[in-house]
Design a protein around this ligand. Structure first.
Ligand code: VNL
Ligand code: MN
Length: 334
């Protein structure tokens, strides 16, 4: 059974240096604590940065734990805290660097391309280059960019390119946009503890409710953390969309129900959510072909993520799908 992990983070020195600059800026963002802790001067989480940059250690851990492949993505917040020209240039730099690492270990690594939503036309060009020329396997974006979600028409060029190239977009978390900050700015709630999931789930629901998937019916979206809570909400989303939002006329009429879009256009991964009951529920709710294994390296340890799947009470066929076959199909892996 192939073990393909699908939300595995890396960085490059050029992006880390730019995030070091951001760490000393006055940018108003709930991601600043993470940026200071990982990329600031003498950061308390130097070990996280080391894990993101060290390719030999990554392979060593994969070998030690029997992980066949990492599907790599430039770690959050990616290039999304930078100005448009810097972000566009560094997305290309990161994609080129990713291709070099994949070429060194083509059976162990695959990669998702970064792009800069700050410049949607430039992003569409980089998406095209990354998929057709660099042969990367999909796309990654870390939720909002400068506090905007992508249900606005100015971002359609990104989805148009992704759909045309059959490139799945992994919407990875970052901390909630600044106009949501109030509820998340204490107790460490802004990031992986809670805010990440609220930011991504809210963003995805906006994409659904806006009608994006009527415009782009073949678009493939991947989200982590067992679906960021959405699978548990599907019944209520359908009920309230129909009986409240549509009735009062505040939401556009859609071709499908919210849960039908979620089951048609979304795949979820198990990153950082090693709960066998949640896994079983997600498979029952969405289908065995919709759930993919992930570790969330280097933020989560590899051995327990492997143990979680090895121990999962699934039949062999289902386990093979979740452990690797779904990822191979969604990300076009050899
Ligand atoms: C963390 C966890 C950060 C998972 C991540 O991306 C992530 C964290 C910045 O615990 O800080 O994907
Ligand atoms: Mn992650």
């Amino acid at each position: 059974m192939r073990r393909i992990a699908t939300e595995e983070a890396f960085s490059i020195p050029e992006v880390a240096a730019e995030l070091n600059r951001i760490s000393k800026s006055g940018q108003q963002s709930l991601d600043m604590r993470l940026v200071r802790d990982v990329y600031g001067d003498n950061p308390p989480r130097q070990y996280t940065l080391d894990g993101l940059l060290d390719w030999d250690e990554r392979i060593r851990v994969m070998d030690e734990c029997g992980v066949d492949m990492h599907v790599l993505s430039l770690t959050a917040p990616g290039v999304q805290m930078f100005d448009a020209p810097t972000a566009t240039a560094l997305a290309a730099t990161a994609n080129d660097a990713l291709v070099v690492e994949i070429a060194k270990n083509p059976t162990r690594f695959a990669g998702l391309a970064s792009f800069a939503p700050q410049d949607p036309e430039g992003a569409a060009k980089e998406i095209e280059r990354a998929i057709t020329q660099l042969k990367l396997h999909g796309l990654v974006v870390n939720s909002h960019t400068h506090n905007e979600w992508y249900d606005q028409a100015k971002y359609f060029s990104i989805f148009e390119a992704a759909e045309a190239l059959d490139a799945a977009i992994y919407i990875h978390p970052r901390a909630p946009r600044w106009d949501m900050a109030g509820g998340f700015d204490t107790f460490g709630m802004e990031n992986a503890l809670w805010g990440y999931g609220v930011e991504v789930s809210t963003h995805c629901l906006r994409l659904i409710f806006s009608g994006l998937f009527d415009r782009f019916p073949k678009l493939k979206i991947v989200i982590g953390h067992m679906g960021e809570g959405i699978p548990f909400w599907l019944w209520r989303l359908d009920y309230m969309h129909k009986n409240s939002a549509l009735k009062s006329g505040v939401a556009p009429k859609l071709e499908l129900t919210p849960s039908e879009y979620f089951k048609r256009n979304f795949w979820i991964t198990t990153s950082g959510q090693e709960n066998p009951l949640a896994l079983q529920y997600s498979i029952d709710m969405l289908g065995a072909d919709r759930v993919m294994w992930a570790i969330d390296y280097p933020y989560q340890p590899t051995a327990p993520a492997v143990q979680f799947m090895d121990d999962a009470p699934l039949d062999e066929e289902t386990k093979a799908l979740v452990y690797g076959e779904n990822a191979a199909r969604v990300f076009h892996l050899a």
